[in-house]
Each structure stands twice: as structure tokens, then as C-alpha cells.
Write a protein that binds this ligand. Structure first.
Ligand code: ADP
Ligand code: UDP
Length: 237
């Protein structure tokens, strides 16, 4: 499959047209950003890891009955995916307090919740991805009530699946962000990526951070952390 014109360049990936109007190619970069683009850097090898990890996980989710955009890995950094119109919601599931949750509610990181939480942000860089609830999403016509129900159902199902999978790798799934999109016929599918850029992953024994927080917080060892989660995942597959 041939890459045609570039449709979009985001912070972490480029998206290209293909000869098929229903398919696009995503190309993963090593560029890293945090705090809505205020912090910029490079994580060597990240694009390869995020591409491969996201594809392995989406293939597993698809088998478990959750529809995804994944079609075919083309190369280390490039993948053919179903073209979607992205629902402009960042869907965040949390199992343990961390990041903006800990900050917003004034609690420490590491509180294990009795049940996972879900929250939505309006995917809009200019506004800094503001938090919203489902009533706001409906008022803004970002999705229909049926779409929101489907997205919630899939998001919790992804959590159940990924929590167990990462646990089998000695990794604790703290929280993560998902994006969903609509195919041409309106079907909702899981899109974008699942990677250490979009998940908080802690070593189950030591609680060492194995994700983008090492970059956000200047903890060092960023490349090693990405490589370590990829290694553990590959061993478990
Ligand atoms: P950002 O736009 O936040 O900087 P990326 O650098 O990851 O993010 O760019 C990838 C873009 O492609 C994102 O805007 C994402 O919503 C979009 N995208 C992800 N999957 C698909 C898909 N299957 N079809 C069309 N667009 C997609
Ligand atoms: N996240 C993401 N993209 C975003 C915002 C958050 O992938 O634009 C992920 C982040 O990596 C973490 C989870 O969503 O795994 C929850 O992030 P949080 O709300 O705590 O925000 P942050 O600490 O990134 O400000």
C-alpha cells in the first residue's frame, strides 16, 4: 500500500492518504510533547515502540470483541488503519490516582480505586482540552447519546482487558486515554494509539514509572522505560 499526500501532522504522528478512501497510513514519530505542547523533546525509538505496541494491543482487543481501526502494520513506524472521523473527546479511564486527578482533587498518587473512573475532555488544543461531562458533550453535539453509551462500554471493556494483560507482564495499568472514531457508515471504533505516551504504566513490584511521566517530570531513563515495557509485552505475547 502506497503513502499518498500527507493529510495531517500531529504532535506524535503523521497521517497519510492511500489509494483507498477508507484507509489511511499513520507514521509514528519520536517527537514528544507534554503540557499541551509547552514541553517538547525527542524520545529515541519511541515511534517504533508505540507503533508496534499499539498494533499488538489493538489486534488483541479486536479478538476480544472491541472494534478498532487497526488493519495492517507496514513497517516499524507505519501502519494502515481504517480512516475515521475522530469523535473530539479524550476518554480517560483511571484505576489509581495520578496526574491531573491527584492535582485537581488534592490527593496523593497511588490510591487504588474500588472501581475505575471515566472522564471526558474536549479534544481541542486551542482550549487546552477542557474537561467536560456527557451533558456538555451532548450540548456541544460532539457525539450522540448512543455514541456516548457505546464509547463508555468499549472504554471500560478496554480497561478490563488491558489491566489483566499488563498485570500478566508485571505492569500495573494506572490510567490511560482513548480516542474513538466513526467509520463512513457511522460505526464507532477505537482509534489513535495505546502506548506509554497515552497510558500510565507502573512496575507492579517497585511502582517505578514506565511511561511518558519520565519525560513529563524529567525523571531520566525515558528510552529505557519504553524499551522495558515493550520487552515485557513481547515476552508475554
Ligand atoms: P495530536 O493531533 O493530538 O497532535 P497525533 O500526533 O497522535 O496527535 O496525531 C494523530 C492524529 O490522527 C490525531 O489527531 C488523531 O485523533 C488522528 N487519528 C487517529 N486515528 C485515526 C484514524 N483511524 N483516522 C483518522 N484520524 C486518526
Ligand atoms: N493523556 C493522553 N493525552 C492527553 C492527556 C492525557 O494520552 O492529552 C493520558 C495520560 O498519559 C495519562 C491519562 O491520559 O495516562 C490521564 O492523564 P491526566 O489527566 O492525569 O493528565 P496529565 O497528567 O497528562 O496532565
Amino acid at each position: 500500500m502506497q503513502k499518498l499526500e500527507q493529510l495531517y501532522e500531529g504532535k506524535a504522528k503523521k497521517v497519510y492518504a492511500t489509494g483507498d478512501p477508507n484507509l489511511v497510513i499513520v507514521d509514528y514519530k519520536d517527537d514528544a510533547t507534554a503540557f499541551n505542547g509547552a514541553k517538547k523533546g525527542t524520545i529515541a525509538g519511541k515511534g517504533v515502540i508505540n507503533n508496534q505496541m499499539s498494533n499488538r494491543l489493538m489486534a488483541k482487543l479486536e479478538k476480544a470483541g472491541i472494534p478498532t481501526h487497526f488493519v495492517q502494520e507496514l513497517s516499524e513506524r507505519e501502519t494502515v488503519v481504517k480512516k475515521v472521523s475522530i469523535v473530539p473527546l479524550e476518554v480517560i479511564i483511571r484505576n489509581i490516582s495520578a496526574g491531573s486527578f491527584a492535582k485537581r482533587y488534592g490527593v496523593e498518587e497511588g490510591i487504588v480505586f474500588d472501581a475505575p473512573t471515566i472522564e471526558f475532555s474536549y479534544k481541542c488544543d486551542e482550549l487546552g482540552d477542557p474537561l467536560l461531562n456527557t451533558y456538555h458533550a451532548l450540548a456541544l453535539k460532539l457525539a450522540t447519546p448512543e455514541e456516548i453509551e457505546t464509547i463508555k462500554k468499549y472504554a471500560f471493556a478496554v480497561n478490563n482487558f488491558l489491566k489483566d494483560f499488563w498485570s500478566s507482564c508485571g505492569v500495573t495499568l494506572v490510567d490511560f486515554k482513548l480516542e474513538f472514531g466513526r467509520l463512513a457508515d457511522g460505526t464507532i471504533v477505537l482509534a489513535d494509539e495505546i502506548s506509554p505516551d497515552t497510558c500510565r504504566l507502573w512496575d507492579s513490584k517497585t511502582r517505578e514509572k514506565l511511561d511518558k511521566d519520565r519525560f513529563r517530570r524529567d525523571l531520566g531513563g525515558v528510552e529505557d522505560a519504553y524499551a522495558e515495557v515493550m520487552r515485557r509485552m513481547t515476552e508475554a505475547l
